[in-house]
Design a protein around this ligand. Structure first.
Ligand code: URA
Length: 316
């Protein structure tokens, strides 16, 4: 619903809980509610939801001197990552996260707002991996200072509002030369120009910066300035990373569970899965009464019992 432009994700959830959403003619008020937007008929307050665009996931190998935003500021006309992608589906793609104008490498482009939000979640976002060449021979002290975290200024609306220590960073030295060092860094946060500022703070300015990974996704099979679609395995890996990054067990990592007729618990208690966590979760989802009639929604709104549910309370 959010991707179709109905409202923000949170407001869409409120609309569902309020009984404003129907799927194939039945009101759905419980979350998560599995639907196939291509096949199911969804309506919000009686108005049908338009069929969404096909979800696309592209890997772009960003060249230098390119903006990672959909458009430049008014009055400037610099190249953007979207200028480099001409996908035949003409979908409304956007970049997931940002790279500096001069940073090169992996940019993920998609029209899947849910996945993008989870991958860039400020607290749990997926780790990003960078290959960095710095000026000088980076010593052990500087390396462990970076790993432990250093204080970087925090800015809001163009003003410094304090300083915060960077979260733990994994660092390995890939190559040492007389006047430069090549490093691999993995960061779990994405503060503004973080890699450049951290390395400058310990006295080793960045000569070149390339992003090589986002979560499990690796930059490969695509030349600088070119793009390709992700493989099914790459998309699945990203969805898994996004689910665990946001700590959300309800986020779909592949295809939704098949709709099965819920077994009658009272008559057939042994049918309930007791196996893996995922199996148990799926069984709970299958048993959950996710679809209620209009009458039940109205009753719930007026505090009356749902005739389809046994009343709770008492000792037995
Ligand atoms: N850190 C930076 O300093 N720049 C980038 O583009 C990405 C991470």
């Amino acid at each position: 619903m959010a991707d179709a432009g109905v409202a923000s994700r949170r407001a869409c959830e409120d609309l569902i809980r309020a009984g404003a959403v129907e799927v194939n003619g039945s009101v759905v008020i419980e979350l998560p509610a599995w639907v196939d937007p291509q096949k199911d008929r969804i309506s919000v307050e009686g108005r049908p939801l338009p069929k969404p665009e096909r979800q696309l996931y592209l890997m772009l190998n960003k060249p230098t001197r390119t903006l990672t935003s959909a458009a430049d500021e008014p009055g400037s006309d610099r190249r953007t990552v979207l200028d480099l992608v001409d996908h035949p589906a003409k979908a409304r793609l956007f970049p997931v996260g940002r790279l500096d104008y001069d940073t090169v490498g992996l940019v993920l482009l998609t029209n899947d707002g849910d996945l993008a939000n989870r991958l860039t979640h400020p607290r749990y976002g997926a780790p990003k991996t960078y290959k960095v060449v710095v000026k000088g021979s980076l010593d052990e002290d500087a390396a462990s200072e970076i790993e432990r975290g250093i204080y970087l200024a925090e800015r809001k609306a163009g003003r410094t509002v304090g300083a915060a220590r960077t979260a733990h960073i994994e660092l390995s030295v890939l190559r040492r030369e007389r006047d430069s060092t090549t490093l691999e860094l993995t960061l779990r946060e994405g503060r503004n120009r973080q890699v450049r500022r951290m390395l400058a703070a310990v006295g080793f300015p960045v000569k070149s910066l390339e992003r090589t990974g986002i979560g499990p996704l690796r930059l490969k099979g695509v030349a600088r300035g070119a793009w390709r679609e992700l493989t099914a395995a790459e998309i699945k890996g990203l969805r898994r990373a996004a689910a665990s990054a946001s700590g959300d067990q309800e986020f779909r990592t592949d295809t939704p569970p098949k709709k099965k007729k819920a077994p009658d618990k009272a008559k057939n208690p042994s049918k309930r899965s007791t196996g893996s966590k995922r199996g148990r979760q799926q069984a709970e989802e299958e048993l959950a009464p996710t679809q209620l009639s209009r009458k039940a929604v109205k009753n719930a709104a007026h505090g009356r019992p749902n005739p389809n549910k046994p009343a709770r309370g008492g000792d037995g």
